[in-house]
Design a protein around this ligand. Structure first.
Ligand SMILES: *Cc1c(COP(=O)(O)O)cnc(C)c1O
Length: 388
């Protein structure tokens, strides 16, 4: 069945027609001059969205997960110490990847729903006077819990400690939807994927790299081949690729960055904030709790909603999908069954998200939750009606 409903999952996100048209192109010989007209605007657009002038951008066939692997494999050696926080499924998977690469991960565990513990990072970095920690990992937006962490504060903690480690930031579900400042925050590797804020299908790992990160790559001994950043940079310099690129998606990326920049990044971020605030207003009207513990860490790209004890959030997600053909995000890992997630990033408007709120209400009432039909919708309508 052809389903015309939007999705409310935090990736892959809804794809605007203008972007679908941009990646639906005839075969382009990537070794011809025509490829330059595709790759260069894509790279330039990503640089503006990452807010980097000093850094470089590389784009691999793959997804966000490959970006994690590219970050660690290109810059670190077996046995190197890295600092990370376990705060949700995505941050935990990145830690597991580091373990499998033989890195020595110093993990700060926090409750799911809490942000990156900057104070604990600061203590650890200050205590590491021999500078054994080579990289600091931050998941900017933990998509499993809908929690935004403060990357600028992590940078301050590193600077206060005079610590020279590299700073790696997973921005897969924040970049292009919420403010991200690669140069200002001193981010050494920034990781994004095509299917979230960039509104494309899955298929590209988008990686920003600082000159400082590039400088350590020759000395780093973890093996890498397909995602060797040095080889990619050398090829991109002459508008080439070390292997066959995903040309259609790269053309889509050029278009996606163009439409984000045309809207204006501040307007994009304000739209995401307003849409998210309407969703949160609806959740409060339902009498439910948001998984993110601290209001100042609420994500504007995804809201994880706690369901009452004894109720199965997974059944809710399945029911919305089978009865109404609308997708919400389920609970992942430790919060499986305990939360459902409304993704509200990418190509989305207040009008679209009202339909998502309405559908969540129908599904909750169908399954016996004591929610009044229309309560969340009315609260969000009132919010959208009265805010610009
Ligand atoms: C989606 C996501 C990933 C994983 O990306 P894939 O594209 O699925 O490989 C990693 N981190 C975060 C925060 C994400 O939201």
């Amino acid at each position: 069945m052809f389903n015309q409903n939007p999705v409310f999952i935090p990736g892959p996100t809804n794809i605007p027609e203008v972007i679908r048209n941009a990646y639906n192109i005839p075969t382009v010989d990537h070794r011809s001059g025509a490829f330059e007209g595709i790759i260069q605007p894509a790279l330039a657009g990503v640089k503006k969205i990452l807010k980097t002038e000093a850094g470089e951008v590389v784009i691999f066939p793959g997804s966000g997960t490959l970006g994690w692997e590219a970050a660690i494999s290109n810059t670190l050696s077996a046995g190197d110490k890295v600092l990370a926080a376990a705060q949700g499924m995505f941050s935990e998977k990145w830690i597991e990847m580091c373990n499998r690469h033989g890195l020595d991960v110093q993990v700060h565990e926090v409750a799911w729903g809490e942000a990156c513990p900057v104070d604990k990072y600061a203590e650890t970095l200050k205590a590491d006077t021999n500078h054994e920690i080579k990289a600091v990992l931050v998941t900017h937006n933990e998509t499993a819990t809908g929690v935004l962490s403060d990357v600028a504060a992590v940078r301050r903690a590193m600077d206060d400690a005079g610590h020279p480690a590299l700073l790696f930031v997973d921005g897969v579900s924040s970049i292009g939807s919420m403010d991200f400042r690669m140069d200002e925050w001193g981010v050494d590797i920034a990781i994004a994927g095509s299917q979230k804020g960039f509104m494309l299908p899955t298929g590209l790992a988008i990686v920003g790299v600082s000159q400082k990160a590039i400088a350590v790559m020759d000395d780093a001994d973890l093996p890498r081949f397909y995602y060797d950043i040095r080889e990619m940079l050398a090829a991109l310099k002459v508008s080439g690729y070390p292997y066959t690129p995903v040309v259609g998606l790269l053309n889509g990326l050029a278009k996606s960055t163009e439409i984000l920049l045309d809207e204006g990044l501040d307007n994009v971020f304000a739209r995401h904030h307003r849409i998210a605030e309407g969703v949160r207003t609806a959740v409060r009207a339902w009498g439910l709790e948001i998984c993110a513990v601290d209001e100042s860490t609420y994500s504007n790209s995804v809201t994880a909603i706690l369901v009452p004890e004894g109720f199965d959030a997974t059944a809710l997600v399945n029911h919305a999908s089978s009865k109404y053909h609308v997708s919400f995000g389920g609970g992942l890992g430790k919060v499986a069954g305990k939360v459902f997630r409304i993704g509200h990033l990418g190509s989305i408007t207040d009008v679209m998200v009202l339909s998502g709120i309405a559908t969540a209400e129908m599904a909750m009432v169908d399954l016996g939750l004591p929610i009044t039909l229309g309560s969340g919708v009315a609260a969000a309508q009132e919010y959208y009606r009265t805010t610009a």
